[in-house]
Structures are given as C-alpha cells and as structure tokens.
Design a protein around this ligand. Structure first.
Ligand SMILES: *[C@@H]1O[C@H](CO)[C@@H](O)[C@H](O)[C@H]1NC(C)=O
Length: 177
C-alpha cells in the first residue's frame, strides 16, 4: 500500500508539473484536480490554465480584466481568488462577477475595483448595473454612428420629396388654356 501511495504522489506531482502555467506553482490534490497558485506574480493577463484546475489563486496581481468565457473550460473549478487586483469593472467584467456569484458569492465582497471611478465605491458584489456600466448602453453608442448617416439620408430624401411636391403643385396650379 505505501508503494502505491508513493507511486500516486509521484504521478500526481508529475501531472501537476506538466501543464502548470510558468509563473505559478501547482499542486495535485488527493481528490484529483489541481491547486494553482499564481499569487503575487505581477500577472497582467490570465495564464493558460490546466483543464483540471480546481482552486485558482490569482490574488495580488495586476489583472484589470477577464475575458468573458475565460473559465468555461475549467469544469472542475470550485474556488477563485481574484482579490487585490486593479480590476476595471465595466460591462465585460460581468462574466467574472456571475461566475463568482454562482460559485462563491461571499467572495464577491472582497473584490474591489480600481476603475472606473463610479465602480470603486462598493465591493464588486454590491455594484449596481448602473455603476458597473450597462452593456446595453455600449450597444446603443455603437448604433449612434450609422444613425448620423441615416439622419443625413432622411434629410436628403425629405428635401427631394419637397422639391418634387412643389414641382407637382406648380404644374397642377398652372392655368389651363
Ligand atoms: C504581492 O506581490 C508582491 C510581488 O508581486 C509581493 O512583493 C508582495 O509582498 C505581495 N503582497 C501581499 C499582500 O501578498
């Protein structure tokens, strides 16, 4: 039995070392899965994470954003520590917020945003949709640009219609001899 135990530990250590992202340290858990510790590594973006990551520690880094869907392939992930990072809490951070809300809602109270100003007043878990910057608003802003050309087109069409109408009226009111 001790032989199997030692073999397992060896296998687990090899497995853990295999796809551990460079700046982090990884430890295989007895229950399978990985403990991935990336605390205080000056990370500015998420490292490539092993698929069997179960506990992910990202505290004390320089992370500002997490791409939506970034954790979707980590189906075993149970805990995520993202405290002490300069998060930019706009609409795109909604993904991370929802992930935390689903898995460890209490952790949301320890996550603070560094920007924008409006989002720094409460922990991430207490920010309203307005403070977080609503996604719908950004969509409307992107629609506003073609809107200008739509307005111009409408003015042109309206002017041409008026000219045509005036012409028709002139023709119609011309006395017939
Ligand atoms: C955060 O990480 C830096 C290295 O990037 C380290 O020097 C510092 O002690 C860490 N701070 C805390 C509170 O863990």
């Amino acid at each position: 039995m001790p032989v199997w135990g030692a073999l397992f530990l060896l296998w687990a250590a090899a497995e853990a070392a295999e796809d551990c992202p460079a700046p982090c340290t990884c430890q295989a858990l007895e229950t399978m899965g990985l403990w991935v510790d990336c605390r205080g590594k000056g990370l500015t973006s998420l490292p490539a994470l092993p698929a069997h990551t179960r506990h992910l520690l990202l505290a004390n880094n320089s992370l500002r954003s997490m791409p939506p869907g970034a954790l979707d392939h980590l189906i075993q992930l149970q805990t995520l520590d993202v405290t002490q990072n300069p998060w930019h809490c706009d609409c795109s951070l909604t993904y991370m917020r929802l992930w935390l809300e689903d898995h460890t809602p209490e952790a949301l109270l320890d996550v603070h945003c560094a920007s924008p100003i409006l989002a720094t007043i409460h922990p991430l878990g207490h920010l309203t949709g307005y403070e977080l910057g609503s996604c719908g608003w950004q969509l409307q802003a992107s629609w506003a640009y073609p809107g200008v050309w739509w307005d111009v087109a409408m003015v042109v069409v309206a002017t041409m219609s008026l000219a045509l109408l005036a012409g028709l009226l002139c023709a119609a009111t011309k006395p017939l001899y």
